[in-house]
Design a protein around this ligand. Structure first.
Ligand code: HEM
Length: 476
């Protein structure tokens, strides 16, 4: 009755649903943006929907983005929204299994291992991994042309390139020797079913826990091995964490380093693999942009024997930068950002209060693809960024403990979030994606087979729906 009459004026309106507990899980799960759009038409920017027993209040638009990302620590908790999902995968005493101030210190340590000197050294490693992978992959291979399924190839290529750079040679070698299965078992811990029913005794959870223990042991062995060797080359992420100290002078414990390394592996893998697949398939639908990128790289990176992929010149490749930005505008990997509401939260300029104990949800991908903010909002138009000031760059900055972070939560475009939980992998992701697209444009021309795929929202990131095929030809 409460839903039909829908009337406690102090509460956000409740989205009508027939089945209690399940609520709006099906329309939200199938296409969250279409669901948000329909609800917004009926109820406005703020509404509550029931999803598998949870009360979720969505706050759409730039005000909603700001409300969530810049909410006070005492009001909103990411730990309480995510830890049931993340702790079994990453392990104890890291990410959302620690108080926020400890996470901020961990983010500061990670940031110090993600600087330009590291990125410079990562570019050739990525190119080598790509050569080895593409030349031997049955989908690409040494031939002159072919059809490749990006869903089969890009996640593997991403894990090889990301692990070789961020995780170091030992972990990369592990992926040639059985890590892939472990990674898969661990990754299953991130299924939507684990988000909803974390306590279910599923066989996959036993496999997840086993995989976590083996991966953790692998990192512990690497740390031991490195500690026992007198040399300390000192700059990859494991070394960076081994050499980091908390404000009170303590070193990180070994299991904390292992947990952070697992978290970094998972945080970067799906997001980057999804973005690469989307970028390549969107470019394949506009081959003229691929040729413009080719011209740009010839001008900046040289051609023929003089072609050299140089990290310090990435800033001179504006079109490639716009392609990545535009891909993340249309397809930000994370469609819903959530927080647990800790105290009753008044919604500004309204009589509504979001009650403590419920969840708050923002969807920056909704504003990023809305005509209110971007003309031809659903079209892939990388050039648009050349005409647009970057409002996030102009935003006020705050130091959360891991460096100055743009406060800019009121931007419509926030694929990396904002505020204290803002992504620290953005620059790594840009370096990684730029290198990969650069090499594709240099080595191949391609077109998307059929139309650009629809979105598959069934996993935790927004992936292109199978099949995701491109027809490629090797450039002479
Ligand atoms: C946080 C997106 C790549 C590590 C986030 C958040 C978003 C995001 C939206 C904020 C989550 C929230 O507020 O609840 C992305 C995208 C990526 C990407 C779109 C690539 C295209 C990476 C990579 C790494 C990474 C490569 C690691 C090297 C992290 C970490 C956090 C984070 C540590 C902080 C979590 C927190 O403070 O709660 N990312 N990410 N991400 N990301 Fe990324």
């Amino acid at each position: 009755l409460n839903q039909i009459t829908n009337r406690n004026p102090k509460r956000p309106p409740i989205v009508f649903h027939w089945v209690p507990f399940f609520g709006s899980a099906i329309p939200y799960g199938i296409d969250p943006y279409a669901f948000f759009h329909e609800c917004r038409e009926k109820y406005g920017d703020v509404f509550t929907f029931v999803c598998m027993g949870r009360k979720m209040t969505a706050y759409l638009g730039v005000k909603g983005n700001d409300f969530l990302f810049n909410g006070k620590l005492a009001d909103l908790s990411a730990e309480e929204a995510y830890s049931h999902l993340t702790t079994p995968v990453f392990g104890k005493d890291v990410v959302y299994d620690v108080p926020n101030h400890v996470l901020m210190e961990h983010k500061k340590f990670i940031k110090s291992g993600l600087g330009f000197p590291q990125f410079r050294s990562y570019v050739p490693l990525i190119l080598n991994e790509m050569d080895a992978f593409l030349n031997t992959s049955p989908e690409f291979g040494p031939g002159k042309e072919g059809i490749a399924d990006l869903l089969k190839t890009m996640p593997v290529m991403t894990i090889f390139t990301a692990s070789r750079t961020l995780q170091g040679a030992e972990v990369r070698e592990g992926f040639d020797a059985g890590f892939a299965d472990l990674y898969h078992d661990l990754d299953q811990g991130f299924s939507p079913i684990n988000f909803v029913f974390p306590w279910l005794p599923l066989p996959r959870n036993r496999r997840r826990d086993r995989a976590h223990n083996i991966m953790q042991q692998t990192y512990l062995n690497i740390i031991k091995q490195r500690r026992s060797s007198p040399e300390n080359p000192g700059s990859d992420m494991i070394w960076t964490l081994m050499n980091s100290k908390y404000r009170d002078g303590r070193n990180l414990k070994e299991h904390e380093i292992a947990g952070i390394m697992i978290a970094l592996l998972m945080a970067g893998q799906h997001t980057s693999a999804a973005t690469i697949m989307w970028a390549l398939t969107l470019l394949g639908s506009k081959p003229e942009v691929i040729e413009m990128l080719y011209e740009e790289q010839k001008r900046v990176l040289g051609e023929g024997e003089n072609f050299h992929v140089d990290f310090d010149k990435y800033k001179d490749l504006p079109l490639l930068n716009y392609v990545i930005r535009e891909t993340l505008r249309l397809h930000p990997p994370i469609h819903s950002i959530m927080r647990k509401v800790k105290r009753d939260l008044p919604v500004p300029d309204s009589k509504m209060v979001i009650p403590a104990g419920s969840h708050l949800l923002a969807a920056p991908g909704y504003s990023a693809t809305h005509e209110d903010f971007f003309t031809h909002a659903k079209e892939f138009c990388p050039e648009r960024w050349g005409e647009r000031p970057d409002d996030e760059e102009n935003a006020e900055q705050i130091d959360y403990g891991y460096g100055l972070v743009s406060k800019g939560g009121s931007s419509p475009y926030l694929p990396f979030g904002a505020g204290r939980h803002r992504c620290i992998g953005e620059q790594f992701a840009y370096m990684h994606l730029t290198t990969i697209i650069c090499k594709f444009v240099h080595d191949y021309t391609w077109t998307t087979v059929g139309k650009v795929p629809d979105v598959d929202y069934s996993s935790m990131v927004a992936l292109p729906l199978a099949p995701v095929k491109i027809a490629w030809k090797r450039r002479d």
